[in-house]
Ligand binder design. Structure first.
Ligand SMILES: Nc1ncnc2c1ncn2[C@@H]1O[C@H](COP(=O)(O)OP(=O)(O)O)[C@@H](O)[C@H]1O
Ligand SMILES: O=C(COP(=O)(O)O)[C@H](O)[C@H](O)COP(=O)(O)O
Length: 307
């Protein structure tokens, strides 16, 4: 098998790593294999609790085995990896994992020293605290079956470890995805006020500007954007330094009509020759648009590596 394109996604628990990985997997249909670093936990939930240690502490992840596996996957070799069962809170052995053309590794410590240089593309997801809390609470209660009060207690307990052990990894990322509450909410059309759908403002920080960005020009037709949108939408660009690196910042807020989103997608498909599968409803949310922009950047990096 040829060399694999390796993507690392890091971020806090409940910050949307798995959701982003799933988004990328769907876009590059059939070419992506994704796995979670949770599977490399060293202790069970009970043991961690007894020792008063959170999973955010890197000692709770077998970084050495994970590194070994990344190196194997990078050369296209299959691995026998452990599996962490969230319903039991225990690690069990083992399952075979076959690399795809693209492999995504997502987890709390994927961009640690000794690991971050192994990837071809690094993403750090970084939602605002209140958004992350809401997402984690909902997911842990509804999908993982935990008691609400236990999750709230853990969220509070984990915060110092997040700063100590997870947050700094963003300095190694090619793309940082920051998610904030929308700034457009108050001016949304009245017909949408009863909508259950949350609105977010996404800030993308691209730090890999040294990549030769000549393959794809993602043209935004501003006049169509203004005419076609019934829902509020805002986009802005600026450049600045991000932890010592020159970076491009793109802020996207609200919803874009599907016709405009589709036309952006068509440009991306035409210029890259990638099929890129996407499933959006009547409107594309800021997080969908963010995924499209990351995908554009990803394809640029993939192409630049082929040269
Ligand atoms: N872009 C998004 N928009 C709305 N909700 C989201 C989004 N991303 C994640 N979520 C919510 O947050 C929860 C946690 O996301 P998940 O991807 O499982 O996080 P992680 O893998 O980082 O722990 C999901 O179950 C989902 O409900
Ligand atoms: O912090 C996380 C990471 O998970 P994710 O990023 O998937 O939320 C989980 O709490 C641990 O994996 C332990 O799992 P559990 O709490 O189920 O024992």
């Amino acid at each position: 098998m040829n060399r694999v394109f390796l993507i690392g996604i890091a971020g806090d628990s409940g910050s949307g790593k798995t959701t982003f990985a799933e988004g990328i997997r769907r876009m590059f249909h059939g070419r992506v294999a994704a796995f979670s670093m949770d599977d490399y936990h060293t202790l069970s939930r009970k043991e961690r609790f007894e020792r008063g240690i959170t999973p955010l502490n890197p000692e709770m992840t077998d970084l050495e085995l994970f590194r070994e596996h990344l190196l194997m996957l990078k050369c296209g070799k299959a691995i026998e990896k452990p599996v962490y069962d969230h319903s039991l809170g225990e690690r069990r052995c083992c399952e075979r994992f076959e690399p795809g053309e693209i492999v995504i590794a997502e987890g709390l410590h994927t961009l640690y020293e000794g690991l971050n240089e192994l990837y071809d593309y690094r993403i750090f997801v970084d939602p605002a605290r209140e958004i992350k809390r809401t997402w984690k609470l909902k997911r842990d209660v509804e999908e993982r079956g935990y008691r609400r009060e236990d999750v709230i207690r853990e969220i509070i307990q984990r915060e110092p470890d997040y700063k100590r052990f997870v947050d700094f990894q963003k300095i190694y990322a090619d793309t940082i995805v920051k998610i904030y509450p929308s700034m457009l909410k108050s001016s949304e059309r009245i017909s949408y006020l009863s909508s259950q759908e949350e609105m977010y403002r996404v800030r993308l920080v691209f730090t890999n500007l040294s990549v030769n960005m000549k393959h794809v020009g993602l043209k935004l037709d501003l006049s169509r954007m203004i005419k076609a949108g019934e829902r509020d939408f805002a986009i802005s660009f600026f450049s600045d330094y991000y932890y010592g690196k020159r970076a491009s910042f793109i802020d996207v807020d609200g919803f874009l009509s599907v016709e405009i989103f589709q036309s952006l997608l068509d440009v991306l498909r035409d210029e890259t020759g990638e099929k890129l599968e996407w499933d959006v409803g009547e409107y594309a949310s800021s997080t969908e648009i963010a995924k499209l922009m990351i995908c554009w950047n990803l394809v640029e990096v993939m192409n630049s590596e082929k040269i």
